[in-house]
Design a protein around this ligand. Sequence first.
Ligand code: GRF
Length: 246
Amino acid sequence: MARTINVGTLISGGGTNLQAIIDSAGGSTNPKIDAKILFTGSDTPGVKGLDRAKKAGIDTFVVDYAGIIQSCKQGIEQGALPPDFDMGDILEKQQLVTHDSSSAVSKNRIEFFLKSRAIAEKKLLDHMLSYKIDLLVLAGFMRVLTPYFIDRLNTVPGQYRIMNIHPALLPSFPGTDGYGDTFRYGCKIGGCTVHFIDYGEDTGPIIGQKAFEIETGDTLDDVKRKGLEKEWELYPACIQKFAESF
Ligand code: GRF
């Protein structure tokens, strides 16, 4: 047994991965992993994953990303940005969007993206502040995180503290539709990957992977079902691996 690590979770939707982690952590009865979930945050109000957390007695909060981005489109006042927001630093580090330095439109778009996300990320951080977590687990959190947020969790160089699950065998098929991309490519093997978050999209060090066969006649729904079943095994196992190395 490892020391029990304190985990925070972020979700965007149904939360079946969150449920698998809750079930493995097991509350006080029969835990299979050395992890305690302290909170579940969501970027979207009203999602089923929040109910799963509440049912398990876990604190929840919502940062309404869509609402924040919408209101940023009306204009972003300097005072709305986090006081420690440093555009130069973030632009230099981020690997989420490519920057065409000859295009003012591209520069404005990227800066809007980074500013609006940092405003939302500061709200996430404010909610998380009162919890002392060892690891943040993204369990179907469908937002990229910018260096503004990442640097405030990864405070020790070389020590990653944010984990994500991706629905494909990385480095193949990064992006938002891993199972769809795997299926449409005609792959005979699909899979899922748990990795640490770095400054790129789905590029951080891989912690674990699981694969499954895609048989003739399988539909996209079959691929998603097979994939999710693997995810529910893989994610708790990777959290345990982290706990044992902590
Ligand atoms: C999973 O397929 C995960 O890999 C992806 O989003 C989905 C979330 O499912 N990032 P759930 O909310 O855990 O049910």
